[in-house]
Design a protein around this ligand. Structure first.
Ligand code: B12
Length: 222
């Protein structure tokens, strides 16, 4: 009991340290802290969602308050990527048979990939086979990838209000290619709402990566 409580409080401390490391752009220490967290028994996905992603939220707030600028945003992204390198092996599914296949990418004109990468990593650890097309993916590239990979789900990310329209363009291109009915479509990213998803003919909008995993799992378990 005492040990359990000690572990819990240690877990909380280390997640707090990881959050602060992202906020302080501490790229040198983040790998060590992430390793410490998983070795203390904290599930790797929690290190992502309750540690690094929380830090990234604060970085975003600082950017909006003009305390941080583009250079800091890039640095925060790099810090998070270094942490992910340590965590990814713990998120792998091993030899399990995949529960479904997902093509994922950030839409054309958009270079934001931190949230997309978190979603892809969590989906992979939930047992999905992931084909990640990266960032700045055109409707034609999405269509080609759906044709070639025959996925169960297409997952798109957009962080800019100016690039959201590419999700609609991609869905139109899929319809034109006769592929729309072959895949479920999920959207993610801060500006995306369920209303928008419905309006453009997608099947769902995820409010965060964990919500996205739950939605995708519900689709393949039917
Ligand atoms: C980091 C960052 C950058 C980095 C991106 C680095 C990278 N590798 O991704 C850099 C510096 C490159 C950048 C550039 C720009 N950015 Co920027 N950026 C941000 C910032 C601070 C954080 C975004 C982020 O990573 N958040 C953390 C992640 C974890 O959250 P998330 O992306 O929302 O993802 C979560 C969910 O949405 C979901 N999710 C996301 N995608 C998906 C996909 C699926 C399938 C699922 C299921 C779930 C899911 O899961 C995640 C975890 O739960 C935001 C501000 C903010 N508060 O969000 C601005 C922000 C998005 N950027 C903004 C702007 C304006 C720009 C620039 C135009 C700036 C400029 N003047 O050049 C450029 C555009 C470049 C381009 N063409 O894309 C604006 C967008 C405004 C708007 N409404 O359109 C924001 C909101 C800042 C602001 N308030 O002005 N940016």
């Amino acid at each position: 009991m005492v040990r359990e409580m000690a572990e819990k409080s240690c877990g909380k401390d280390i997640l707090e340290k990881i959050k602060e490391a992202v906020v302080n752009l501490d790229i040198d220490n983040i790998p060590k802290l992430c390793k410490e967290a998983v070795e203390a028994g904290i599930p790797a996905y929690k290190v992502v969602t309750d540690g690094m992603a929380k830090g990234m939220d604060i970085v975003g707030q600082k950017y909006e308050a003009n305390e941080y600028f583009l250079a800091e945003l890039i640095m925060a992204g790099e810090t998070m990527k270094e942490g992910m390198k340590v965590l990814e092996p713990y998120l792998k599914t091993g030899e399990m048979k995949p529960i479904g296949k997902i093509v994922v990418g950030t839409v054309r004109g958009d270079l934001h990939d931190i949230g997309k990468n978190i979603a892809a990593t969590l989906l992979k650890s939930a047992g999905f086979d992931i084909v990640d097309l990266g960032v700045d993916v055109s409707p034609e590239q999405f269509v080609d990838a759906v044709r070639q990979n025959n996925p169960d789900i297409l997952a798109m990310s957009a962080l800019l209000t100016t690039t959201m329209v590419e999700m609609e363009n991609t869905i139109k291109a899929l319809k034109e290619a006769g592929l729309r009915e072959k895949v479920k479509i999920i959207l993610g990213g801060a500006p995306i709402t369920p209303e928008y998803a419905k309006k453009i003919g997608a099947d769902a909008a995820a409010k965060d990566a964990v919500d996205g995993v739950n939605i995708c799992k519900s689709w393949v378990s039917r």
